[in-house]
Design a protein around this ligand. Sequence first.
Ligand code: ADP
Length: 452
Amino acid sequence: MKTFDKILIANRGEIALRVIRAAKEMGIATVAVHSEADRNAMHVHLADESVCIGPAAASKSYLNIPSIIAAAEITGAQAIHPGYGFLSENAKFADIVSAHGLTFIGPKAEHIRMMGDKITAKQAARDSGIPVVPGSDGGVATVEEAMAAAETIGFPVLIKAASGGGGRGMKVAKDRDSLAEAVMSAQSEAAAAFGDGTVYMERYLQKPRHIEIQIIADSHGNVCHLGERDCSLQRRHQKVLEEAPSPVIDKAARDKIGKVCVDAIKKIGYLGVGTIEFLYEDGEFFFIEMNTRLQVEHPVTEYVTDLDLVREQIRIAEGYPLSFTQDDIDLTTHAIEVRINAENARTFVPSPGTVTDFHAPGGLGVRMDSAIYNGYAIPPYYDSLVGKLIVHGRDRPEALSRLKRALQETVVSGIDTTIPLFLDLLNEKDIQTGDYNIHWLENWIKAQTPAG
Ligand code: ADP
């Protein structure tokens, strides 16, 4: 067991703040790193120390491994928290951090590597007893191979990038005629986005929900699941709203899939927090991928479990056992998160600019995780997420009415945000009843857009 005195946060935005907050509460000093474009960013103001690690382009700063390691060495940080995105799922980075005698606050490099390639991830999941989406057993290199696989799987099929993320490199083929085009465009999109054109194929599910299980494992062999999050409200395969628990999962179903996940995680010897993502259709779970990091939507789990997941991550990295057991996890309340992006709520065109006025909502059961402030100029170089509004209620109706009230209270002027989208969605009966799948939002957006 060791105790960190100082940690470095290799990230920016709200997630850097999230980690700084947990560290401060634990009495751990914090080092922020930032690009030249982020000199006035909130994480730089809140950390105890800060180091500029390069120019605005992420490839030269937040992805610049030598600069980040040098910043940790100069400041005497003992550990690095990678947040999400950037280097958080880069196994090479985890290895380099350890090689410099620093602790990577995250899983072992071998598991980041295993889950980073979706083909090996699916193989590992299947071998560990997790049900997977029917599909090609490995990559499909040629159109002929793809045709043979598709005949076995049955149309429609989805072509996906082995190194994919953020919903990119995915193409649907409805029938034989559209397959060649789908395979080739997925391959070239994947090669351009991820430097790896390898693609594989899955049955394209028609009306699934996206349901993911949060797991947590310490270095003493203790593993727990923290229930599910329902992230079915998506646009372009990216999450827009997340809730816990799922409106369609009862305790029996949760206990069952939770146990499957815990057994698999024990089997592979995973360490830290992780999320096993499934599509759920007609009462059946199908694994799609595992994320080996803290997720954007972790606060909904924190609300319903009353745990601080970042604190747990740091304690696990220090070598402590989990501070709770599976029996302590009793999920009876409800939490919802909405992603507030600097985008037009109708057209989704990005809207970077200066925030002329910002007022965060408050009151019982309301949490705003955001790095913006009055007068803050949002740089155009990074992700459009400017805040996460998370609400907690005794049950789903209470969480929904609290969400509406909190959204109405929020003021973000000077830029466009997705807040009006959520206010509109809350008027929809399907959202009120929880009757939506992964295609619901895209269909709704189409129906709102005037033809022509
Ligand atoms: P990424 O890593 O790019 O986010 P995922 O494999 O996690 O990719 O999938 C993202 C989303 O794409 C899912 O939440 C779901 O909406 C959709 N999707 C993925 N696989 C399938 C499938 N086999 N059938 C239907 N939709 C899918």
